[in-house]
Design a protein around this ligand. Sequence first.
Ligand SMILES: Cc1ncc(C[n+]2csc(CCOP(=O)(O)OP(=O)(O)O)c2C)c(N)n1
Ligand SMILES: [Mg+2]
Length: 601
Amino acid sequence: MRMTGGQIIAEYLIREGVPYLFGVSGHGITSLLDAFVDRRGEIEVVQAIHEQGAAHMADAYYRVSGKVCGVFTSIGPGAANTAMGIANAYIDSIPILLMTGSVHTHMRGRGVLQELERTQWANFPRMMEPVVKRWWQPSKVDQLPNVLHLAFNLMLEGRRGPVLLDLPMDLQADFAEVELSDPVSRRPRGRPHGDPEMVNRAAEVLLRARRPLILVGGGVMASGGEAALQQVAEFLGAPVTVTWMGKGTIPEDHDLYAWPCGDLGSISGNTLAREADVILAVGCRFTDRTASSFRRGITFSIPPTQLIHIDIDPYEIGKNYHTEIGIVGDAHATLEDLLVALRDLRPARDYRTTPYFAHIQGLKKQWDEALRPTRESNASPMAISRVLAEARRFLDRDAIVVTGAGNPQSQVFTEFPVYGPRQHITPGGFSAMGFEVPGAIGAKLAAPNRQVLTITGDGGFLQTVQELAMAAQNDLPAVFLVCNNNGWECIKNLQTNQFGPDRVIATTFLKRDGSQFSVNLAQVAEGMGCHAERITHPTEVGPALQRAFASGRPAVVEAMCSQEQPWNGLTATGWWDVTVPAYHEEARARYESARREESLT
Ligand SMILES: Cc1ncc(C[n+]2csc(CCOP(=O)(O)OP(=O)(O)O)c2C)c(N)n1
Ligand SMILES: [Mg+2]
């Protein structure tokens, strides 16, 4: 078939079932976009306001639906604007097909408008090298069919992630004679199972355990292994704790759900994790946040706790902890094998009758009690905990909640129950301010018939607030609950708690004379075509959300929140290694003594 590069790409993406392309156009990508004019109805091309937003939209769309989207940009600045969004997806193993315009092959090295060429011609992809699984810069049109099938295979195989196609302008426009094969006929099928001998050994170790615990990362949901995970937990009577990426894997009103562990973790999650004699960790990478910066006995006590670790990526096994049994395999397949191995060794029994179960319930109750004062606070400006409790009361069970960074991300993680997979959408590895608004847009497109609520701080909201206009332009009725405390208050809390109350700098939004500077976010949102209201009392949260969802438009509820602890921030039960300047002598001494307990072996 005689096709241009643009036509080949359009045809291939349609065959792959790609639903949306998000992006910002420019002269560097017009020949590609032109090919989509003739494919209207088969794939939708959507304008974002900023390329970072486009990347977050594609990212969140995948997290909710499991379907890969494309991102398109022009050459140069538009391409560079995607860096943060693509890095955010890479660290969380989310596939995105990024297509950037590139210098015409016959102009390479001449320094055309927006070319980066001083160390190498058409050098943009090198900027992205650390944040994509691979990049291609084809130089002939007839290379495209092969490059496209390699790109999709690589994005979806093993540990997933984004890829980059840097597309010279002439290559988008020129004809070539090509054959396009069916994508599926060139893709590996099936799931890699863990080594059966290791799975049997893991089953034996788990059955000998007196206090087993399961730690769940994003790999379980990525593989669709939620049901198998829950069955393993119930067979063992093992509590389940989660990382940011693992939240939602089991319904959080399940009696074995232990709430998160780590520096942002709960009393129940951290106590059970440090007391466990065997931990089964699945699809997680033991970050500092999950492991309380590896300080012994705060979240984990490995060793003596024995660790069984299942992961698709061998790189993660043994990276941060000694591992008794490391199994490389797809989480879903390997958990199912583990379940069979467990059932072969012992009949199922009621896990609710054991003293361990009673202990788990006691700790869960303690966590509930610890949260009660802020959850039930009538303060105005509001406590974020109370805002979250009111929002949960209002939302449907299958609502999707999006967070980005700051107190809202941390507090939704530890305080706010979600009841199913792919309902808690958050940048786990990057904790990225700016994900909140475009993330909700991607989620809403993926789940048009469900409630999508972003819960964000004012800081995160302002980083990509412009995408509200995109939501209004496209009639996407996502709702944005903004906890406005007039600053980057979680960082202010770090400053005050670690360095002292007089050491606050560049966090609260202050004018140069020291008075508070406040943006009226509801008015900003109104100006962009959204339904918007500002509320000051927690009893208004439910009714305001009701009106917001009923408006049928993108809607912002600006909840005026307290700047004071404990209403702003969470009850930390773990530890995080954030450095203290050596001249703060007392705080430094405390920091150093904690640091001596870190075990980085
Ligand atoms: C892009 C980006 N820049 C900086 C940070 C560091 N950071 C983490 S949370 C935060 C403040 C968040 O403020 P806001 O969204 O208002 O929430 P708050 O903590 O005030 O409730 C900052 C600056 C980040 N995570 N991401
Ligand atoms: Mg704030």
